[in-house]
Design a protein around this ligand. Structure first.
Ligand code: PLP
Length: 394
């Protein structure tokens, strides 16, 4: 990697933050803005989790914690992983980091260098490409297609692997599309990866519990044959409505090679953020071990809104939207509205007071789409749909 200003110049952005800033500025001017742009639950963190953090502070947990996370928090992640995947991982492979992003930062930094190729989903979370370019590696987009339900295609992914490929980034359930890759496709992908032992895999499973219509999440942890080169990204942000707490975890490869990687991330933590603050880590334990009623309530609300959004969008002129099976995003096709996606997103914010994100902010294949987050109230979603309809009919 080139540690020069030029490398920093290659860093991208997450446009959701810019849209949020613009929406906030317009709201400050007195405009009534409905924000369907930002990817965070509109719910508060459940109260028992907040109480656990307050108790930790009252109990005097004010100092540094180990760079890889408190053992108790890592053990909670082990329990949670067993519940959700049936796979028993070791706390020695679990790292606690300040959010989900630091895992992708560490993994991409480790495998990216000039001459290396890294495969990432397009459309996909914008930070993947940004970080790949930062390292000087070549970003190789894996097409995520509407006609495929916005799932990964094993054949298409495998066909992109070359001797230079170092890392494959997967994400299901997915941002920005809400796509869920079915187990059969993941099985096929894993089988194909056996022919490419030089390729490490980072599976971003941050939306793992957020699936609908009986769809289930298939974790890459389910495949012991790739466990010695698999990094799983997960965290508290989405599931327990904790985006601002900056709490994430990752599960690193097992075996001797995995231990080396783990130690490298631990060292990165020591150099960069030292540790995650103790109260948040105690809150993280409470989130995993405490009642999940609030999570279930949130998921029921998302499910209802998802149906409203999909039905409402499909009734709009020029717009079609497949039913997302996961996360809390819809990714409608707007190519028949006569608008370019980013222009449409910006006009909807400025003229109609509805914030959403243009698909091209998630990759070249995002042209013709916009991302709409349904982490907002039913009432606001209905009002937003009315405004979009009025705007399109103008
Ligand atoms: N991965 C995906 C796919 C996401 O959508 C996000 C957040 O939007 C993250 C990772 C980052 O999560 P965090 O806020 O915990 O860093």
């Amino acid at each position: 990697m080139l540690h020069t200003i030029a490398a920093f110049d290659r860093l991208g952005e997450e446009n959701a933050f810019a849209v949020l800033a613009r929406a906030t500025a317009l709201a400050h001017q007195g405009r009534d803005i409905i924000n369907l742009g930002i990817g965070q639950p509109d719910f508060k963190t459940p109260q028992h989790i907040v109480e656990a953090a307050i108790k930790a502070l009252r109990d005097g947990h004010h100092g540094y914690t180990p760079a890889n996370g408190l053992l108790a928090t890592r053990e909670a992640v082990v329990r949670r992983t067993l519940t959700t995947t049936g796979v028993e991982v070791s706390p020695e492979n679990v790292m606690i980091l300040p959010g989900g992003k630091p895992t992708m930062f560490a993994a991409i930094l480790m495998f990216g260098e000039p001459g290396a190729e890294i495969l990432y989903p397009d459309p996909g979370f914008p930070i993947y490409r940004s970080m790949i370019e930062f390292t000087g590696a070549d970003p190789v987009p894996v097409p995520i297609r509407e006609e495929n339900g916005f799932a990964f295609s094993a054949d298409e992914t495998l066909a992109l692997i070359t001797p230079k490929t170092r890392l494959l980034i997967l994400n299901s359930p997915a941002n920005p599309t809400g796509g869920v890759t079915p187990r059969a496709e993941i099985e096929k992908l894993v089988k194909g990866l056996e022919n490419h032992p030089q390729v490490a895999i980072m599976s971003d499973e941050i939306y793992d519990v957020m699936t609908y219509d009986g769809e289930t999440h298939c974790s890459l942890l389910d495949f012991p044959e790739i466990r010695d080169r698999l990094i799983v990204l997960n965290g508290w942000s989405k599931t327990w409505a904790m985006t601002g707490w900056r709490m994430g975890w990752s599960i690193w490869p097992n075996g001797e090679k995995g231990a080396h990687l783990y130690d490298k991330v631990r060292k990165l933590a020591v150099n960069c953020w030292s540790c995650v603050n103790a109260p948040s880590q105690f809150a993280g334990i409470a989130a995993i071990d405490g009642p999940q009623d609030d999570v279930e309530k949130m998921m029921r609300a998302f499910d209802n809104r998802r149906k409203i959004v999909v039905e409402g969008l499909n009734a709009l002129p020029g717009i079609s939207c497949i039913t997302p099976k996961g996360a809390f995003y819809a990714f409608p096709n707007v190519s028949k509205t006569g608008w370019k996606a980013k222009k449409l997103a910006s006009a909807l914010l400025e003229d109609a007071g509805v914030a959403l994100i243009g698909g091209p902010d998630f990759g070249v294949l995002g042209e013709g789409y916009v991302r709409l987050s349904y982490a907002n109230s039913e009432e606001n979603i209905l009002r937003a749909l009315e405004r979009i309809e009025a705007f399109l009919k103008k």
